[in-house]
Design a protein around this ligand. Structure first.
Ligand code: SF4
Length: 450
């Protein structure tokens, strides 16, 4: 299958273009000035239900929606486009809009970028002790873009917001200096857009370094859903699979962390065949997805998705809470809803699906799971725990936040029982090297502390 990409400039070439209303076309054009948009022939021909496209989760997952900007933001930008304002004025306005959308949530730029011999390693993030994230330059795009994407700044023209690295040798040097790292996560974008020979360069550097502590190479990817032909008919599909086999044969576990947002993504012949070929190499596939209003905010859908995954040999891994960036106001659900949907889905499935964890917020101090909502001595509370923490000692320790039916993120919560701070905050301040955290409701100005 030949890969055909569609974006703003050739929207009219989409085979189903004639079915998209003029209002929708306008919305796509306006919103995609701010947030990235790209689709391809597999998504439009095999995933989207064009008979009902306006409410179709696959369409909403991939095509920008008017509601992703605030009404005033949409109106102003639309007016500017209509008036054909100068390129410089338009670019300035778009830049301001983007910076208002919290482009780097959870302090990714400030606090997760490590140093080696005093030099910042842009292109690497090291937040949790055992795992290092690498953003290879060649993998900083995707086969199509998700409308909810929390890495959206990677795909915009905001150069200062990009982080990526070209040289595998820096990655290896950092691994040698940090023997506590057992897992590497290749991420992006989507590393599976890289040609096999490029990916092989990174993998060979790891193998040649012969790092006894390294046990797992994870690859965060949405290619199974957005371009399964990557593993079937692309010219280097066989080389990719051979590469997975080679790594597995060397005793390093290869784990594809597949972004799967909806059961339909698992229904085509192409995806089923791709999953089977990947598993034949010895690699495992684990699944993760945020919970997204307008796409998958339904417990039966999640139960169905986990069952389908398990039937195909995929291990359900994470349900995330939509991150506080980009179009969160369009996709986000409250923490209470997230907890209810997770539980109602979890209760329906057999134990073999219950490898999934969530709903989890990838927040500044760590991955925080909502364990439950309950009442303690007359006070309604959220029970929370760290699945991952900047300090590993925080993991697994329950803590309590006052119940708030509007809360959508950790920053919206305050400690329960009249406490002035959560148990981890003193330590967190020390780790961030700041004197104070500016309270629990973080404003745009103090998001840098998140
Ligand atoms: S595949 Fe991942 S990185 Fe790419 S657009 Fe979707 S969420 Fe963003």
């Amino acid at each position: 299958m030949k890969y055909q990409v569609y974006a703003r400039h050739n929207l009219h070439k989409i085979p189903s273009y004639g079915r998209i209303s003029q209002e929708q076309v306008h919305a796509i054009k306006v919103v995609s000035e701010v947030l990235p948009f790209k689709t391809n022939n597999y998504v439009v021909n095999e995933l989207i239900d064009w008979d009902n496209y306006q409410d179709d989760p696959m369409y909403i997952l991939n095509f920008p929606q008017k509601g992703m900007l605030k009404p005033s933001q949409f109106r102003n930008l639309s007016d500017m486009l209509e008036k054909k304002v100068s390129k410089a004025d338009l670019a300035k306005h778009i830049n301001e809009l983007r910076l208002n959308l919290n482009p780097h949530p959870a302090g990714q730029l400030e606090h997760n970028v490590p140093t080696l011999k005093g030099e910042k390693l842009t292109g690497i993030q090291h937040k949790y002790r055992e795992i290092m994230l690498i953003f290879p330059t060649q993998g900083q795009t995707c086969h199509a873009y998700c409308t909810f994407c929390f890495r959206w700044p990677q795909f915009t023209g905001l150069n200062e917001l990009k982080f990526a690295m070209k040289q595998p040798n820096l990655m290896v040097s950092y691994l040698k200096e940090n023997p506590e790292i057992t897992d590497i996560l290749f991420t992006g974008g989507d590393p599976m857009v890289m040609r096999a020979e490029v990916l092989e360069r990174y993998f060979n550097a790891i193998l040649e370094a012969d790092l006894p502590q390294l046990k797992t190479i994870r690859i965060g990817t949405k290619s199974l859903s957005f371009w399964p032909y990557r593993f079937l008919t692309d010219p280097d599909a066989g080389q990719i699979l051979d590469l997975f086999r080679k790594i597995s044969d060397r005793g390093i576990h290869v784990a594809l962390m597949a972004h799967l947002n909806h059961p339909r993504e698992l229904e085509t012949d192409a995806v089923k065949e791709a999953i089977s070929r990947i598993r034949d190499t010895g690699a495992q596939i684990r699944s993760q997805s945020p919970l997204l209003r307008n796409i998958n905010d339904n417990h039966d859908l999640w139960a169905d998705m986990w069952r389908k995954q398990v039937n195909l040999g995929i291990v359900p891994y994470y349900m995330f809470v939509a991150r506080d960036t980009g179009a969160q106001s369009y996709f986000g659900v409250t923490l209470e809803q997230a907890h209810r949907i997770f539980n109602d889905a979890y209760q329906q499935v057999s134990g073999i699906c219950r490898t999934v964890r969530g709903p989890s917020m990838s927040a500044g101090p760590g991955k925080v799971r909502i364990v439950g909502i309950t009442e303690v001595k007359g006070e309604k509370v959220f029970v929370l725990e760290f699945l991952q923490g900047r300090d590993p000692k925080w993991v697994g320790k329950p803590f309590f936040a006052a119940y708030d039916e509007q809360a959508q993120w950790l920053d919206d919560l305050v400690p329960a029982f009249g406490a002035t701070e959560f148990f981890y905050e003193q330590e967190y301040k020390k780790l961030l090297k700041v004197d104070k955290l500016p309270g629990h409701i973080l404003t745009p100005e103090n998001k840098q502390y998140a």
